[in-house]
Ligand binder design. Structure first.
Ligand SMILES: Cc1cc2nc3c(=O)[nH]c(=O)nc-3n(C[C@H](O)[C@H](O)[C@H](O)COP(=O)(O)OP(=O)(O)OC[C@H]3O[C@@H](n4cnc5c(N)ncnc54)[C@H](O)[C@@H]3O)c2cc1C
Length: 430
């Protein structure tokens, strides 16, 4: 029987194992879950950036919810925008009545003009897409600033292949109605979502790993694609017939020696963001009713703040509020995480009206070295080239970082299953 090794016990590794339980999984951490793992801090669970399940796949929903007794089903998300001291409902274009009169008029004129002017050419980058959908005022004041904080590149550098399920095209009647009266938000793709009542996002998956053959604390450091052998940091060496990879594509390729110059050049052009999560427990109940909030000001470090107690409904019983603020940087940017953490605590205190000295019962921060893959204009052709180079060497890549394309947790899981099936088919043909 062919020996298959899986690198990484995240959700792609989990999906692979569900399809092919005989594969051996090697994981660098001492726990499974990867990006979906929730970090315990003094009895509180903080995810690696805001995580919820808004899956539309019924079998995935059943899989993750059946393992848990208590799931919080949120029927209508409560999401805010914060811009120059104003609190607005997300997404801004559907709630223009919350802008001051002159800015509302400017936003509406630009939006209507962008729809009147529509030339039939497709938007070739994210800037053009936003201008066509929302007009110049909203693009410039909201989407442009947010892109600089969240993606850490300029809008014209981004492609449009990552938008599905994240941003919504404008519905003009909705926008006009929302400019004159408040309306309940129904358009966003995460309006309805699920979250475990206890244990953070990872509680959805924890029990699904219990039967799997996973070798923990095994970090792959070298890959010999000719001998088909992997070396781990412990010194252990393992041979394989086929490798299923879910670790970040640049890390995997940089483990191979030698690599052709064209591969080296391609991998050096891949960009991603890293994330600093600043986690706090505030000794005040019901700090806000929001599930999360997007921040559009440059002078406030975090791009997004979430409230894990409101996701799990724990805040209903608790005397405290949990808060997680997310600060993004590109992989190749320097940062001083200690001073960013301190600044964030003061900025959150100002925004949410607590005392940064007296009311903070717990504060810590952790870094997520791989957060979002940056979908710039180069990404897609570079990744196709790298994935087909790896396939010639019997390395199949899967999941968010293996395929180097942003996907939600359900898609990461199914990417593992699909990869296992692809390998089965290939083996049948031999
Ligand atoms: C900030 C953020 C917010 C998100 N929010 C949501 C959300 O709200 N809803 C949603 O559905 N999805 C969300 N996602 C996406 C979701 O987290 C991912 O799609 C999913 O967890 C990816 O799983 P994966 O298995 O592909 O990758 P990973 O989880 O990264 O798994 C890869 C595994 O490989 C291991 N590994 C790495 N290097 C090595 C090595 N050298 N040797 C051995 N093992 C190694 C890692 O430790 C990890 O366990 C979010 C992602 C991010 C970054």
């Amino acid at each position: 029987m062919d020996d298959i090794i899986v690198l990484g016990a995240g959700l792609a590794g989990l999906g692979f194992a569900h399809e092919n339980p005989s594969a051996r999984i090697f994981e660098k951490n001492q726990h499974p879950g990867g990006r979906a793992f929730s970090c315990p801090v003094d009895g509180y669970f903080f995810d690696q950036g805001a995580h919820i399940s808004h899956t539309k796949k019924e079998d995935f929903r059943r899989l993750i919810c059946s393992a848990l007794d208590k799931v919080n089903q949120i029927k209508s998300s409560n999401v805010s925008n914060y811009w120059k001291g104003l609190w607005m409902t997300y997404p801004v274009q559907n709630h223009l009545n919350q802008l001051p009169q002159n800015q509302k008029v400017e936003a509406l004129i630009d939006l209507v003009m962008s729809h009147v002017d529509q030339n039939k050419n497709e938007a070739v980058n994210y800037l053009q897409w936003c201008q066509k959908q929302y007009g110049n005022f909203l693009t410039h004041n909201f989407y442009e600033v947010f892109t600089q904080k969240y993606w850490r590149v300029e809008m014209e550098q981004l492609a449009t292949d990552w938008l599905g399920g994240r941003l919504i095209p404008s519905l003009v009647p909705n926008i006009i109605r929302g400019a004159f009266s408040s309306q309940q938000e129904k358009q966003t793709s995460f309006n309805k979502f699920y979250y475990p009542k206890q244990g953070g996002f990872f509680a959805f998956f924890e029990s699904l790993y219990s039967e799997l053959d996973i070798q923990f604390n095994e970090k792959a450091v070298e890959l010999d694609v000719n001998k088909k052998q992997i070396t781990f940091s412990s010194g252990r060496k393992e041979s394989y017939d086929i490798l299923a990879n879910s670790i970040p594509l640049p890390e995997l390729i940089n483990m191979i020696n030698p690599i052709p110059a064209s591969v080296k050049q391609a991998v050096e052009m891949l960009r991603h963001t890293k994330l600093l999560c600043v986690n706090m427990v505030i000794s005040k109940p019901a700090l806000t009713k929001n599930h999360w909030c997007y921040i559009y000001d440059h002078d406030i470090g975090p791009a997004r703040v979430s409230f894990p107690g409101n996701l799990s409904a724990a805040s209903e019983q608790n005397e405290v509020s949990m808060l997680q603020a997310e600060i993004f940087r590109r992989d190749n940017e320097n940062w001083d995480t200690e001073s960013l953490t301190q600044d964030t605590i003061s900025q959150m205190a100002n925004m949410y009206g607590f005392d940064a000295q007296r009311d903070v019962a717990l504060a810590n921060s952790f870094v997520v070295p791989y957060a979002y893959v940056i979908s710039d204009i180069n990404r897609q052709p570079l990744v196709s080239y790298l994935l087909s180079w790896l396939r010639e060497k019997d390395v199949f890549s899967m999941g968010l970082y293996g395929k180097w394309k942003y996907v939600w947790s359900d898609v990461a899981y199914y990417s593992g299953r699909e990869t296992a099936n692809e390998i089965k088919e290939q083996l049948c043909q031999v």
